[in-house]
Design a protein around this ligand. Sequence first.
Ligand SMILES: [Zn+2]
Length: 258
Amino acid sequence: MRVQILPSSFSGDADVSQQQRLTTFVVNDAVAFDAGSLAFGCDDRQRSSVRDIVISHTHLDHIAGLPIFIDDLFATVEGPIRVHAAREMIDVLEEHVFNWKVYPRFSELSNKNGKVLEYVEYEFGRTFKIGTLLTTAIEVDHLPPSAGFIVSDSGTAIGISGDTSQTDEFWTAVSAVEGPAAIFVECAFPDEFSELAKVSHHLTPRSLAAELSKFDTRHSTVYVSNIKAMYRQTVIEELMALGIKNLKIAEIGKVYEI
Ligand SMILES: [Zn+2]
């Protein structure tokens, strides 16, 4: 399985910045989990190959690239771009994004080949298939409803926590998977912002460590992602000081062969 967190920031010399402001995981160059940076951070090959987008929740940093991605492809797609989301997320997208005021309602528009956008509703706890990928959305504690995902392909499985705070369901679900090779988990704020993390339903290094006590990290690599850009260095230092086994900081832009 190939997994890449798309870049959302670039440094002065146009190199990919490790600061992450938007969220998109691209798996096997075919399926995007979230679309925060999808239109901006993907390359042309991915623009022509990604046709399924799975939404974890509707915060802007997870959907900002969705309208632009569809807009870019509007004239050329040969079949609809499928947006997989829970019912309430679809309603939010239609009411607040694709409402003709913020952006066109692509679900009502067609190009010469037919529809350009199709919603596919998922249910929490039920596994669905996209190509060769099996995905299960697990409800996590963030903006209700929000999902983390377990994704597997040919016997290899990964977990993606999405944005979350304390949650048992996600850790119970990944613990039940046969040897998940990697878990991508958020850690938005440093510990000094634990109150802000609490009210915004995010994790800090200390609360992430408590979460990881619910999961056997001996056989899986835990990659920390979704660190707020302005606190990145502090969060990394606090995480390293905790000495958590098999914990690494996810590299933005790197293609992980898992
Ligand atoms: Zn969020």
